[in-house]
Design a protein. Structure first.
Ligand code: NAD
Ligand code: DAU
Length: 335
């Protein structure tokens, strides 16, 4: 298989690139990434000399460059991870979310269709379904009702992807996963942000009253699910991905502090996110029943591994949080 992975330098994409090269050593993988603030080549250290791996710095909205690459490489499959992914940033600056997440997806779809790609997987999110109350969970039939500019841009992309199946019979799948955690996650997201603050003995900012609930999945379980969909997903189908690990943000903060032997007094309540979705929960029975996927990590194991990874990779963390990250943190959290 010759596989194009876009956004493969970011958190989930880089985990997926490693996973594919390890599990399918005969596959050729090309990783296209624009190296935005979230794309860190240190995430893929060690792969530089792998003969089946190529990195290309390019933007998915750059149609001419994307087309040249498809013409040259003869891909048979595409997995699109490339996106602006942070809800808070989308609230302050929606433009780039529309450009990358929607228009970039259209460029990929057009080009993939033109060059006869046999399977295109769009990596989407449970946030397209909007927000749940105290019970119930999202199925693939839940109507989409995105609430942030980020989730609206991802939902728009999903609709475009779906339309290429309905209109052109182009073989797509859409995956909608819940909140990922694990190695290489940029510390603007809750778990690595808390981890980084704890090691610097700084307060942990919890939005609102901390009762919002997220459904957590270890990143490697997400990679294995995308693998199943890439190989066996039925064209045109959507697959939810989640591993039944719901926790309120406050519970999560306490668990992490406990694991790191840090005091709960570090928890600090800060103004709530605008339009903050209350709860996400995924019903993943379709991918389990139809594609035989199961999550392998319990939350306890995954969180321990994540904490250990960050503490054993302080150089990575120090590089990531220098420079721009400090400016972002200062501006955003002084609201
Ligand atoms: P991330 O922000 O860590 O990585 C995004 C990557 O995309 C970066 O390497 C960045 O350089 C690249 N990129 C951004 N704009 C680009 C462009 N115009 N052209 C080419 N590359 C570009 O994101 P992540 O958390 O790894 O998420 C990856 C995908 O998974 C996204 O599509 C996101 O919506 C989806 N997703 C994320 C989660 C989660 O919990 N993080 C859950 C479900 C779905
Ligand atoms: O559900 C999937 C989505 O999960 C992905 O599509 C997104 O790309 C990914 O960023 C993530 O979105 P969230 O907004 O849920 O993740 P985040 O880590 O930003 O926030 C998790 C929860 O923690 C949310 O309820 C907001 C809260 N939070 C977040 C930060 C950064 C805080 O209380 N304090 C914080 O400082």
């Amino acid at each position: 298989m010759k596989l194009l992975i876009t956004g493969g330098v970011g958190f989930i994409g880089s985990n997926f690139v490693r996973y594919m090269l390890q599990n399918y050593p005969e596959y050729e993988v090309v990783n296209l990434d624009a190296l935005t603030y979230a794309g860190n080549l240190e995430n893929l250290k060690g792969l530089e000399n792998n003969p089946n791996y190529t990195f290309v710095k390019a933007d998915i909205t750059d149609r001419a460059t994307v087309e040249t690459l498809f013409k040259k490489e003869n891909f048979d499959t595409v997995v699109n991870f490339a996106a602006e992914s942070h809800v808070d940033r989308s609230i302050n600056n929606p433009d780039v979310f529309v450009s990358t997440n929607i228009m970039g997806t259209q460029v990929l779809l057009d080009t993939a269709k033109k060059y006869g790609i046999q399977k295109y997987v769009q990596v989407s999110t449970d946030e397209v379904y909007g927000s749940l109350g105290g019970d119930g969970s999202f199925t693939e039939n839940t109507p989409i009702a995105p609430n942030s500019p980020y989730s609206a841009s991802k939902a728009s992309a999903d609709l475009l992807v779906r339309s290429y199946y309905k209109t052109y019979n182009f073989p797509i799948n859409i995956t909608r996963c819940s909140n990922n955690y694990g190695p290489y996650q940029f510390p603007e997201k809750l778990i690595p942000l808390m981890l980084n603050n704890v090691r610097e003995n700084r307060p942990i900012p919890i939005y609102g009253d901390g009762q919002n609930v997220r459904d957590w999945i270890y990143v490697e379980d997400h990679s294995r699910a995308v693998d199943r969909v890439l190989h066996d997903g039925i064209p045109g189908e959507i697959y939810n991905i989640g591993s039944n690990n719901e926790h309120s943000n406050l519970e999560m903060a306490k668990m992490l502090l406990n694991l790191m032997d840090a005091p709960e007094s570090l928890i600090t309540f800060v103004p709530d996110r605008k339009g903050h979705d209350f709860r996400y929960a995924i019903d993943a029975s379709k991918i389990r029943n139809e594609l035989g996927w199961e999550a392998e990590y319990s939350f306890e194991t995954g969180l321990k591994e994540t904490v250990n990874w960050y503490l054993n990779n302080l150089d990575w963390l120090n590089h990531v949080v220098s420079g721009d990250y400090r400016n972002y943190y200062k501006t955003y959290y002084s609201r």
